[in-house]
Design a protein around this ligand. Structure first.
Ligand code: CUA
Length: 346
């Protein structure tokens, strides 16, 4: 998948560029668009500073080289009256200049290697701050399973974390994959880190402001790679605790919806999805225990509202072709009942 991954990165770079231009033109809220040059966490800030340094150095080299070429082209262009048969003066060269243009680039390369190595080391080895929250993120084709092992909470596509204004509270992500290689990338919080089958990778983030940070899968992982979007939702620590407490509660056992629940339970939805406290125990698809808490459906493909939820359950292949949830070919009445039940999962 290496070659394809590069294609994905080029695509993301294009997206990044367009997103950046959009923020500059429209003044959209910066949290809405993932701009790597507006970091909101320590790893992203160090990487962004490194990026600016590298761009400055390489832009300097470009100006010098392009300037010399332009100067030479203009200064030594063919002029009226030039004798076209006369050879130019044959010069041996200059040892001094050759030494200079060998040594200076070597020094520049060493500076770039040194600074980059330092940033990588500080991102990778920084001793995790105390009071770390542990979150396991598992990549699936094409969604994110999000597990809070210390709280027995499972959700999908939205990583809730407390924000960290003083840098003391950070979140530690354990990155795993259920199938192929994915890559976790929330550009304003940190660089990319692959999720690899049979291996656990780690990264940490310390968002400095409450808000929603948008991210994507950054490693080509199949048909719906581009629609494997994620959100990191940074909250006031107290709000985060409230959210966790809400997630720990079982799904609503609303007696009034027992008919709707029975319809859901009679369908094969239960073999792929879990709803805690019910007989729906599937592990293949996202946990639905608190489905209505989420902002989107299908890993960012649709806003989570009644109309979209109904359309999604009716035929997920329409908004997200190739995804592993089939259309169950439900009748209108079954559809209404399943959606009503799902909408009670708050
Ligand atoms: Cu997952 Cu690309």
């Amino acid at each position: 998948m290496v070659t394809a991954g590069r294609g994905g990165n080029v695509e993301l770079f294009g997206y990044q560029l367009i997103a950046y231009l959009q923020t500059q033109v429209s003044g959209l809220s910066e949290h809405r668009v993932a701009n790597i040059f507006k970091p909101f966490a320590s790893p992203a800030e160090w990487e962004s500073n490194l990026g600016v340094l590298v761009i400055a150095i390489t832009a300097g080299i470009f100006v010098v080289v392009a300037g010399l070429i332009a100067f030479t082209l203009i200064r030594f262009r063919r002029r009226v009256g030039d004798d076209l048969h006369q050879e130019p003066p044959q010069v041996y060269g200059s040892t001094q200049i050759e030494v200079a243009w060998t040594v200076i680039p070597i020094l520049i390369v060493f500076v770039l290697i040194g600074v980059t190595a330092r940033v990588i080391a500080s991102v990778q080895n920084a001793s995790p701050p105390k009071n770390m929250l542990k979150v396991r993120v598992i990549g699936h084709q094409w969604w994110w399973e999000v597990v809070y092992p210390d709280y027995s909470v499972v959700t999908a596509n939205e990583v809730h974390v407390p924000y960290s204004r003083d840098g003391k509270v950070a979140t530690y992500l354990e990155l795993q994959s259920a199938d192929v290689i994915h890559s976790f990338w929330a550009p304003q919080l940190s660089g990319k880190m692959d999720l690899i089958p049979n291996r656990t990778n780690y990264m940490w983030i310390d968002p400095r402001e409450a808000g929603v940070y948008f991210g994507n899968c950054a490693e080509y992982c199949g048909t719906q790679h581009a629609n494997m979007m994620l959100r990191v939702i940074a909250q006031e620590p107290a709000d985060f605790q409230k959210w966790i407490a809400g997630q720990q509660k079982p799904a609503m056992a609303d007696g009034q919806l027992s008919a709707q629940r029975a319809v859901y339970g009679s369908l094969s939805c239960v073999s792929c999805h879990s709803i805690r406290g019910t007989a729906s125990l599937g592990k293949f698809g996202p946990d639905l225990t608190h489905l209505m808490d989420r902002q989107t459906i299908g890993a960012g493909v649709l806003d989570n509202n009644h109309q979209n939820l109904r359309a999604w359950v009716n035929d997920p292949q329409d908004p997200k072709p190739g995804c592993f949830m089939p259309s169950m070919k439900l009748t209108d009445s079954q559809l209404d009942q399943v959606v009503a039940y799902l909408e009670s999962l708050k």
